[in-house]
Design a protein around this ligand. Sequence first.
Ligand SMILES: *Cc1c(COP(=O)(O)O)cnc(C)c1O
Length: 370
Amino acid sequence: MIPMLDLQAQYWALADELNAAVQRTMAAGQYILGPEVKKLEADIARYCGTRFAVGVNSGTDALYLALRALEIGPGDEVITTPFTFIATTEAIGAVGATPVFVDIDPHTFNLDVAQVEAKITPQTRALLPVHLYGQTCEMDSLVAIARRHGLRIVEDCAQAIGASWRGQAAGALGDIGCFSFFPSKNLGCYGDGGMAVTSDPVLAERIEILRRHGGKKKYHHTELGVNSRLDELQAAILNVKFPHLDAWNAARRERARTYNQLLAGSGIACPGELADSECVYHQYTVRVPDRERVQAELKAAGVASMVYYPIPLHLQEVHRNLGYGAGDFPVAEQAAREVLSLPIYPEISFDEQSLVAQALIAAVRQPLAV
Ligand SMILES: *Cc1c(COP(=O)(O)O)cnc(C)c1O
């Protein structure tokens, strides 16, 4: 079976260094917010071109703490996309605010910036773009809208570490950028982990305080925070992996080009890349008709595939209280019916990609006889 990704291949390639880093950290005896976390924070801030980075325990918490730092809460609205992972709206809900959805662009699957302004109300406080599948949103227009209306921008960069918009890193394009180090992300640890980046010292300090029980000084609590720190052990692992991130992302881009070539002329809709955006292909996502059958045929041919995401958030049961219904965001709904993500990871070989492409083309062309 050709898997969606091969995390063990990445482990074995770096096993000696990773094992040594974990052992060194265990022996060093400082397990919470030690030198490994500090080093990673400094490296990620430099990488993104932001002044600060704060390690937290997941991408979801990075989003939650970003919204808390901006003092967004009950009565406030946050504009976002319905075509994303639930963590995006979970964070909005967790601070007591209300997500307001905008439909997506059919080519990039990211929120359609042209539709944002119509959704702004006196309650709107922030825009929360998600750089889905590794590609940034159209950020110039979004930043202009935010400026015009006095709104903040929190970027969900969970799938887009290393991506950029006109040469500027994802995460540095708004007020706060939120990353995830979940194992399957482009830079993943061996558990949960996340990070928030910002160039605003006030916001950085707010997140710093909130992640450690709402207190700058131990046992002196100024507000109710949470326990959300990036583990020292996970940071040690990430410090070994981080120097390889650019090469891994370059390999992903190369693999994406290979799929584009292998699928050219097949009629299968390949992912669209904006001219100003450098995508890091967290996923390589095509659209196919009759998806369930195509997926079954791929599986029969030994090819894994996944659907990100089968139900847009406005149609999720948990969000029924928001009052949306089928037909409200037709582009997102169509994407949810048609998208199929193919195996993509730095270690996938050309032969494996050829097999994936052949199996996909055969499945789309020849319906199974029933
Ligand atoms: C993975 C992901 C998250 C959440 O990150 P965790 O570290 O798993 O909490 C948030 N948003 C998107 C778009 C994601 O893909």
